[in-house]
Design a protein around this ligand. Structure first.
Ligand SMILES: Cc1cc2nc3c(=O)[nH]c(=O)nc-3n(C[C@H](O)[C@H](O)[C@H](O)COP(=O)(O)O)c2cc1C
Length: 158
């Protein structure tokens, strides 16, 4: 598996979609926090999902998830998928993106890059262990993030 991309720019500036579920029932949301690396001798991806997100339910229920990245012209759609909840509306259908089945999970036809991940680990980011600055900036009143680490089992690149 080879990845030819600036992963910092992908997450922070271009954003991505985190998707979990099966093709007939899944949810997706925009993410800009995440990373890639090596853990337990495996290539891994890490994402951070607030427990209040609808996607969180799918992340807990499923063994696989995908992280997908898009050409610049799709960014306005990512803005919508990152501000509306799948709990309140059928945001995927309205977005115009085309769901695409991959092994054990879902991505979208429009993606230029998809990481297919097998869930290995989940843990709440404990506010007690954060510096006061981070705790105050991100968690005063807001739901905590759970960290999910998945083995990258496939990379689909256009
Ligand atoms: C640019 C951008 C990046 C985001 N990154 C994250 C993230 O890394 N983790 C997270 O929990 N929420 C993140 N969000 C917020 C979720 O995408 C947003 O709350 C979404 O509506 C959740 O949808 P859901 O309830 O259908 O899961 C981000 C939103 C935007 C616009």
């Amino acid at each position: 598996m080879k990845l030819k991309t600036d992963i910092f720019e992908q997450f922070d500036r271009k954003w991505g979609l985190l998707t979990a579920g099966e093709k007939d029932q899944f949810n997706t949301m925009t993410i800009s926090w995440g990373g890639l690396g090596t853990l337990w001798n495996k290539p891994v991806a890490t994402v951070y999902v607030r427990t209040s997100r609808y996607t969180h339910e799918f992340m807990d229920a499923q063994d696989y998830f995908t992280i997908s990245f898009y050409p610049d012209e799709v960014k306005p759609i990512l803005g919508v998928l990152g501000s509306k909840s799948g709990r309140e509306m059928d945001k995927v259908n309205r977005s115009g993106l085309t769901p695409k089945e991959v092994e054990h999970s879902v991505t979208f036809e429009e993606a230029s890059l998809t990481l297919v991940c097998k869930k290995l680990f989940r843990q709440e980011l404990d506010v007690k262990n954060m510096t006061p600055e981070i705790a105050d900036s991100f968690y005063s009143g807001d739901a905590p993030h759970d960290m999910y680490i998945g083995e990258v089992v496939d990379i689909l690149e256009k």
